[in-house]
Design a protein around this ligand. Structure first.
Ligand code: FUB
Length: 310
């Protein structure tokens, strides 16, 4: 009997997605500091039969190969914001002038609705403390939609001229300038136009002369993106970047360049039995991202193998 050799692309590799397996992680954000990647996530704690998010804290991990991750003590939780009462939803950290600012989504304790807070630390792993003692954005500050959960999913971007911007939203995508202290808005809140089927999860990054605004599209969520020559727009929609995240009805992406390679960091419900991942038991995954010569991004292929060590 003859046996055909397996084609090279079916040779078994280590299955590195999801990248964290001992707990559930969602809503990734990442930055590079001192040639090390710091991965920030939410922490899904819903029971197997849970039917909504149970999220009380955020987590931080580091890596120098995108495969092996070191976890640190819990750096920030809802309880660190005296004015907040629940829901450690999506967040992002940025470094400016040697300090690390962590913009988070939470449920406000008195104003009602979701709100955005900011914490600060001297190191990427914390400890972080509330930088303001009150919310930076509350639901009554945004009126483009009636929903109470439109002030979530902050993404922060520092432009080449030193001007920082905060983008966030659900259903509507908002943006505003930040003062140099990173804890106050510097001007009006505006609505970003040109993002069809915007749901949530904006992420702004720059490569060369192009600015990119990726976001969760429709519901269940795909990731789509737009491009612009200015962070203030106008934005031109450029299509779907990644497809549905399997058994998770949300997705949430971070885009990172590290040591000359580009990465797409996202979540799925992909932890198998006995953990049984799902929409409220999500896990961060990482795959390579590739640009075309004209700056557009190729569709990301979500894989079980993920990133392989070289
Ligand atoms: O994790 C809670 C919410 O689900 C996030 O804020 C959204 O981006 C979605 O992933």
């Amino acid at each position: 009997m003859l046996f055909a050799l397996a084609p090279a692309d079916t040779v078994a590799q280590v299955l590195n997605n999801p990248v964290i397996r001992h707990e559930f992680t969602a809503d990734p954000a990442a930055l590079v500091h001192d040639d090390t990647v710091f991965l920030y996530t939410g922490h899904d704690e819903a029971a197997i039969d849970g039917d909504f998010y149970r999220m009380n804290e955020w987590l931080v991990f580091s890596s120098t190969d995108m495969v092996n991750w070191t976890e640190y003590p819990v750096p920030l939780s809802v309880g660190d914001f005296a004015w907040a009462k629940a829901d450690a939803w999506a967040a992002e950290v940025i470094e400016r002038d040697g300090k690390f600012y962590w913009y988070v989504s939470v449920e406000h304790g008195t104003v009602g609705g979701k709100a955005i807070g900011v914490a600060v630390a001297d190191r990427p792993t914390g400890p972080f403390r509330d930088a303001l003692g009150q919310a930076l954005i509350t639901n009554d500050m945004t009126t483009a939609t009636d929903i109470s959960w439109d002030d979530i999913d902050p993404t922060v971007f520092l432009d080449d001229d030193g001007q920082a911007y905060l983008f966030w939203g659900n259903t509507k995508c908002y943006f505003a300038k930040l003062k140099d202290n990173m804890t106050e808005l510097d001007g009006p809140i505006r609505v970003v136009e040109g993002l069809p089927n915007f749901t949530e999860a904006p992420w702004v990054h720059k490569r060369g002369d192009w600015y990119y605004l990726s976001y969760a599209y429709q519901f269940p969520e795909k990731i789509a993106y737009a491009m612009s020559r200015s962070v203030r727009g106008p934005w031109e929609y450029r299509g779907i970047l990644s497809e549905l995240a399997g058994n998770s009805n949300t997705n949430h992406q971070a885009i990172l360049e590290y040591r000359g390679k580009d990465y797409f960091i996202y979540h799925t419900g992909g932890l198998p039995a006995p953990d049984f991942g799902g929409s409220f038991r999500r896990s961060v995954c990482i795959d390579r991202l590739h640009y075309r010569p004209d700056g557009t991004m190729r569709r990301v292929i979500m894989t079980s193998e993920g990133i392989q060590t070289e």
